[in-house]
Structures are given as C-alpha cells and as structure tokens.
Design a protein around this ligand. Structure first.
Ligand code: GLP
Length: 250
C-alpha cells in the first residue's frame, strides 16, 4: 500500500488522477472502475483536463461503476447512472455504450449482479479502480460486516450511510434503503486501486483502513492485501495516522 499525503484536496485530485492516467495509457481498451461520491470529483476533473489537452484518450476505454441505488430511476439526477454520465462519461469523452452502472431497477437483481460480473470479465477485468471511502469504512456500498469474498450483490444501507447521503435528496425518506454494489472480492480483482479521501470526517476510517486489523467491521481494511493500491489523502484525512511520518508528503 502506497500512502501519499497532499497539502489539500485540489492536490489530491491531481496526484491521484496522474496515477490513474499512468495505468490507463498505452492500453488498447483500458478498463476503469468508477466510484461516485464527492471524493473523486477533483480526480475526474483533472482526468478531463488531460483528455482536453490530448494527453489521455479514453474514447476506447470501458468504465464500470462500483454501485447504484436500488429502485431509483436512472433518470433521477442522483441515481449513479446520472451522476456517472454527468461527472465521468461526458467530461472524459468516453463512449456511453462502454460505460456501465449496475442496474438497480432490474426486477431480477441477482441476475443483474451476475451479468455485471460477466461484463467486467468480458472487458478483461478492471485495470484501475477509483475508490472513495465512507465515514464507516465502506468501499462501494460494502457496509461493515460484508464478506471479503463478496461479488456484486444487493445490500441494505446503514443509517450512517443514508444520513451521509441525505444531502443529495430533498428529505430522508427519499434516500434509498438498498443498493447494488460490486463486492469486496470484485474490487480486490482490480489490477490497481487508487483511493482518495479528504477531510477530517474521513480521518478515523482512513487510520483504521491503513493501520488497523484487517476485519470485516472495517471493509476498506481488505485493501491492505491488495497488490497495487495507492491511497491519496489530504492533511485532514491523514490526521489520525500514527504512522504519518512514515509516508510520502507532498
Ligand atoms: C458513497 C459511495 C461510495 C463513496 C462513499 C463516500 O455512498 N457509494 O462509493 O466512496 O460513499 O462518499 P463521499 O466521497 O461523498 O464522501
């Protein structure tokens, strides 16, 4: 696990985007795993700048989102279908036909989850997985006590996660109760993972992920076993790391 501590959130976005771009360049059909949430927005903005400058071409790339709410129409502005289209597909000039998001509207969610796993495999597997981290240590929507071997599956959302995400909806009762998410096993299959976290509200989860025991109470801790994972933090998110002097500071 490589840990980089940046001055601020803007630098986190640039440093993380450069790592993602490095892994995607030179591949004929690169595959990028896409997180939603606010954390990766600066990363995507810098990737879009590289694309605009001609330093990166993602027109032949495949994209796979980590997760989607169950029962939220794809047209809803806060559905991850809409968010990924707005923040990734369009600005990164990706081919919409090659960007997939789990189908949380499927009548058969088990079948939809299996098809999603097959689609990732058919594309050749994920080259670089972009990740954020929830304040309770979730990655994707894999909440605490999700099995480390899990594949794409339906999950109930914890109250903490629903509260964290309530800011995107008009009222709490509109926040979905379930999601379809890539499993921890799916995420661990990515060749490279780049996790970004900023702000003091992430500091406890970040410290537990990097320094704590690998335990299903802290889903992100499984990344300690990932063969090529890069964690890019700002000072606030790194504040509770006992080992912070040990890591690379920019
Ligand atoms: C969301 C997403 C995750 C994301 C996390 C953190 O609910 N499902 O993929 O990483 O929670 O979100 P944010 O970056 O907005 O703090």
């Amino acid at each position: 696990m490589e840990v980089v501590i940046c001055r601020d959130a803007a630098q986190v976005g640039i440093v993380a985007a450069e790592k993602v771009a490095d892994r995607l360049r030179g591949r004929a059909n690169p595959v990028i795993g896409l997180a939603t949430g606010s954390s990766p927005l600066d990363l995507y903005a810098h990737l879009a700048k590289l694309v605009d400058d001609g330093a990166l071409d993602l027109s032949q790339a495949y994209g796979f989102a980590l997760d989607e709410y169950v029962g939220l129409a794809h047209e809803h502005p806060e559905s991850y279908h809409a968010v990924i289209h707005r923040t990734v597909t369009e600005p990164l000039r990706m081919n919409p036909a090659r960007v997939r998001v789990p189908n949380g509207m499927a009548a058969d969610l088990v079948g939809a989850a299996q098809q999603y796993e097959e689609a990732i495999r058919a594309a050749g597997g994920v080259d670089v997985q972009v990740l954020g981290i929830g304040s309770n240590g979730h990655i994707g929507f894999n909440e605490p006590f999700t099995s480390f071997g899990s594949r794409t599956h339906r999950v109930p959302l914890t109250e903490q996660t629903r509260n964290d995400n309530a800011r995107f909806f008009d009222s709490m009762d509109q926040v979905p109760t379930h999601a379809l998410t890539q499993g921890l096993g799916t995420i661990m299959d990515s060749r490279t993972a780049v996790l970004v976290a900023t702000g003091e509200h992430k500091a406890d989860a970040v410290a537990a992920m990097i320094e704590g025991p690998v335990a299903i109470a802290m889903p992100a801790s499984i990344l300690q076993f990932h063969p090529d994972v890069h964690v890019v933090l700002d000072e606030a998110a790194a504040a509770k790391l006992a080992s912070r002097d040990h890591f690379h500071k920019l």
